[in-house]
Ligand binder design. Sequence first.
Ligand code: FAD
Length: 479
Amino acid sequence: MGRAFEYVIVGGGVAAGYAALEFARRGVSHAQLCIISEEPVAPYERPTLSKNFLLPESPARLPSFHTCVGANEELLTPQWYEEHGIELVLGTRVESADVGQKSLLTAAGETIQYEILIIATGAQAIKLEEFGVNESKAENVCYLRDLADANRLVDVMQSCTGGNAVVIGGGYLAMECAASLVTNKINVTMVFPEAHCMPRLFTPKIATYYEDYYESRGVKFIRGTILSSFEFDSNGKVTAVNLRDGSRIPADMVVVGIGIRPNTSLFKGQLAMEKGGIKVNGKFQTSNDSVYAVGDVAVFPVHLCGRIHRLEHVDSARKSAKHAVAAILEPDKTGEFEYLPLFYSKAFVFSWRFYGDNAGEAVHFGDYSGTTFGAYWINNGQLVGSFLEGGTEEEFEAIANATQLKPAVDDPTNAGMQGLNFALTISKKMRPQTPRMEAGTSSLVLETPVYAWHATAGVVLAASISAFAYWYGRRRRRW
Ligand code: FAD
């Protein structure tokens, strides 16, 4: 027994929600579209899980952060899907796919046929057990990818007030979780193999600025080493973390953020894969004409960087989904995806954005003892990336515009000395169409801490390589 739909989306996360809105806006009507999701809830803004969801007071809870509030668009509650005749098949894993037969088989045993399929299966957290660390499913070892993980993390945090948490990893999720743990009055030690946090984006100078602040909030950093084993009590709870350098840290809880792996296995051997994801063209079409892939699983051409990338950030998930739907419904009117990668964060009192590519030489600007500073990345004599902490809306827009224009930079030192004026002047002169900063403008996106954009050479190797590198303590130059 089964059903058939014109359009089916497998996966019910960020990209699925934004795709649904775009389908509805473009007039897809009742019973044409179906979303199948393993999660039991309608698509939501995943970044909220590591931010306002973890606040000790007035935490965000559904339905307030369903998509698409993160981009200041409609709140798509389950009722919205009902009213628009979009079939939500929730709590249902797709077990297998046959792109030749255009069919999916769900864990409930139902076969669902499609004319056009959009793959939006996102990614999963890489587990320590994959590297031989026995965590024995300890209840106080937490990961964070979905709502169930977030609920569990809240429960564990609430039982640890005043206690000690060890955060494994130094990337964006680890930084976000560390900030949330501090806010929940938990003592935090972060352990990572590199010399600084966020090594794939931050220069040592930028990282030091944030690390100093984290330290002032009580966070301890143990750098240059990795986890080797856990100690357990008789109930199977972790009581201490042993590190490769021989040290031992007592722990009431552990949070692990060592990378993600895209969920591509349903389509292995059926669709072209590259760089860990599903390869698509500039319209998000895979090697099979009837199948599109968007969000964290898609490896797509980023013309600005001159390479194909798999990005793991929310702005890309939202925009790739919208573009794919436009390409499906109006193929002749839809061009190639022209994307300026955007990665943004707010942590504690900080707010920064990064646009473009962090390739080449970084030149810093601004006041690193104050609250507004940044960096430009100059590659082959062109501006390719810009980072800004603490800017105004106009200043963020200026660095975005300037980065998109890729102006020639003959003298990087001079660009650094001009600081924000460099971007402001270019932006005023030339004014391109800038991708808007969507997520940070919504009060419901609720972001607090730090996350990472995997947009450079490092990104395409993202999940497994980053975990591998973490594990063996390799230091990567860029993220
Ligand atoms: P997802 O949102 O992960 O959705 C995938 C969905 O597919 C899930 O519901 C999953 O259950 C479902 N699924 C997978 N396999 C199957 C199957 N076989 N059958 C049925 N359903 C399936 N990015 C930023 O830019 N800024 C941030 O601040 C930020 N914060 C983040 C915080 C957290 C805690 C996390 C986890 C991610 C964060 N990200 C952030 C990354 C961002 O959320 C992702 O890039 C984005 O969610 C990707 O969207 P997606 O739709 O591709 O995948």
